[in-house]
Design a protein around this ligand. Structure first.
Ligand SMILES: *[C@@H]1O[C@H](CO)[C@@H](O)[C@H](O)[C@H]1NC(C)=O
Ligand SMILES: *[C@@H]1O[C@H](CO)[C@@H](O)[C@H](O)[C@H]1NC(C)=O
Ligand SMILES: *[C@@H]1O[C@H](CO)[C@@H](O)[C@H](O)[C@H]1NC(C)=O
Ligand SMILES: *[C@@H]1O[C@H](CO)[C@@H](O)[C@H](O)[C@H]1NC(C)=O
Ligand SMILES: CC(=O)N[C@H]1CO[C@H](CO)[C@@H](O)[C@@H]1O
Length: 477
């Protein structure tokens, strides 16, 4: 993790250099290095800033009434009540950084919000981050002051395909027209060929905009975006044509409201009575789609080997209340789908179930902050048949230690988007921040906003139980 306190004054230097770079172009390698280093710091800072959760911020001033027997919650709360984790977050590192948010016509973004799903499904990071930026202190309305430029295009809100999946077909033309617009009306894009511009590509294979890897690779990242900074959920530990060079891994969006409602629902008695859990698509005989098998056959292998094992709670049907099952489970299987990443990883961490990650080469989000190896189990795709043995071994040896690590609220905080916009620096002052956020929570819509998010194909169905305002402006100030 970057040591922010020490690097603050260094950062200032970089900000100055950034300005110089902006004026003279990125020609010499030293500048390029500074620029890249700056970006690392920038993003480490940004996700601390935006991706936070109510787990810490709502606990102090608001009593959530919970059954005493609820082991998980009471433990979390004990942790929450210490403010040590809040204090370590830097305020200083945001002071000078400025981001300009393009004010694109609403057809590129907010028009889509008329469909409520747009701001709550698993790709909705594009909406959450946009909203957060608009209201954050890093925003500048003067583009001449800006270090970075954010291009707010909502790409996954077009649920026009037969199955109700986001249609990716329109992503490229929409982006291309946005870039056309900003580059013809303002000088900033041309100045760096988009290198200081930020996009969000929260889909399976990031900015390749296709859910089948082979086709995603064939399409590649649009030429005009190749210089830019991409915030993406897709991440692998090796070079991949869909992993933009300047990429920042972000977690998939999971509605904090639905998680909160799962957490406070007094279902069961807080006991984890399911040993290993998975619910989602598991084809008995995976289809060969242009030479690719869904989940590389891993899910089918799990089904064949463990569906009759009583320790494994494996379900292939949809169930809205699946989060309560996660809450009841000790181990949650997170096998790859088409892409390696899975929203299950985030949900598992948030609900205290140990993620069992089965996706070779996956790169996990927020790894600067989250000690993944301490809170999850990684099983190689080829070893999936040995899952039973592996989990039994963990249960017999270090289960308690992993669970304890998992309960550290810092981890959940880093992975969850804050639905309610942070009130600038105020939220970073312990105490005041808690207060502001809990007020927001009091006014936030409650009730189920269940998201069934598996893997972008037949199972991608979502139900929103209750009307909620999607427009950021309507949130309490
Ligand atoms: C949604 O996507 C489809 C297919 O890509 C496209 O034909 C349609 O124009 C898009 N809808 C809008 C409103 O852009
Ligand atoms: C940016 O470059 C493009 C292509 O070279 C050009 O058409 C456009 O007018 C330029 N934009 C500005 C604001 O000068
Ligand atoms: C999958 O389908 C492709 C053609 O789309 C074929 O070349 C390949 O041999 C098939 N693989 C298997 C294991 O059946
Ligand atoms: C738990 O044990 C497994 C294997 O026995 C090991 O791979 C893993 O690193 C351990 N995790 C922790 C947090 O101790
Ligand atoms: C509950 C708790 O740990 N409170 C601490 C919060 O931080 C201040 C300043 O460091 C401490 O004095 C409190 O004890």
């Amino acid at each position: 993790m970057v040591d922010f306190k020490r690097s603050t004054s260094i950062n200032r230097g970089y900000y100055v250099k950034m300005k110089l770079l902006n004026n003279h172009g990125r020609t010499n390698t030293k500048s390029l290095f500074c620029y890249k280093y700056f970006k690392c710091v920038l993003w480490a800072s940004l996700f601390l800033y935006f991706f936070s959760s109510y787990f810490i911020t709502t606990s102090s001033n608001k009593q959530i009434s919970l059954p005493k027997t609820n082991n998980f919650i009471s433990k979390s709360r004990a942790l929450l009540e210490s403010n040590a984790t809040v204090l370590q977050y830097p305020k200083a590192s945001f002071n000078n950084m400025k981001i300009y948010v393009y004010n694109l016509p609403s057809s590129y973004n907010t028009d889509w919000l008329s469909n409520k799903r747009c701001s709550s499904h698993l790709f909705a990071a594009e909406v959450a981050i946009h909203k957060a930026l608009l209201n954050s202190d890093v925003r500048t309305v003067d583009p001449l002051q800006a270090d970075f430029f954010f291009v707010p295009v909502y790409l996954s809100c077009n649920f026009s395909t037969v199955n109700g999946f986001p249609s990716m077909g329109h992503a490229r033309p929409l982006l291309s027209s946005a870039v056309q617009l900003i580059s013809s009306t303002m000088p900033f894009w041309n100045r760096t060929q988009g290198a200081d511009h930020i996009f969000i590509a929260s889909h399976d294979f990031g900015a390749c905009f296709h859910s089948v890897e082979e086709l995603a690779i064939a399409d590649g990242i649009p030429e005009f975006m190749k210089n830019s900074i991409m915030l993406q959920t897709f991440g692998v530990s090796f070079r991949h044509p869909c992993q933009a060079e300047e990429n920042v891994l972000i977690p998939p969006y999971i509605s904090p409201i639905s998680l909160k409602s799962t957490l406070v629902k007094a279902s069961g008695n807080g006991k984890r009575d399911i040993f290993a859990f998975f619910r989602g698509k598991m084809e008995v005989h995976p289809k060969n789609i242009s030479g690719q098998f869904y989940s590389k056959g891993v899910r089918s292998a799990i089904w064949h080997k463990f569906s009759r094992n009583r320790k494994f709670h494996l379900k292939r049907e949809r169930f809205e209340g699946y989060q309560t099952e996660i809450k009841r489970s000790v181990f949650c299987l997170c096998p790859l789908g088409w892409a390696p990443w899975s929203p299950r990883i985030v949900e598992s961490v948030a609900l205290g179930c140990i993620p069992v990650i089965i996706a070779d080469g996956i790169r996990l989000p927020c790894s600067e902050i989250i000690p993944w190896s301490k809170i999850s189990i990684t099983v190689a795709e080829k070893d999936v048949g040995k899952l039973g043995k592996i989990l039994k071994h963990v249960a017999a040896t270090n289960l308690t230690r992993i669970q304890k690590n998992l309960w550290d609220p810092v981890n959940r905080r880093a992975l969850l988007y804050n639905d309610e916009i942070q009130q600038g620096d105020a939220t970073w002052q312990p105490g005041l921040g808690c207060h502001v956020s809990s007020m927001l929570w009091d006014q936030a819509p409650t009730g189920p906003m269940e998201v069934w998010n598996t893997d972008l194909d037949v199972n991608f169905v979502q139900r929103i139980g209750q009307e909620t305002e999607c427009d950021g402006a309507s949130l309490p100030a």
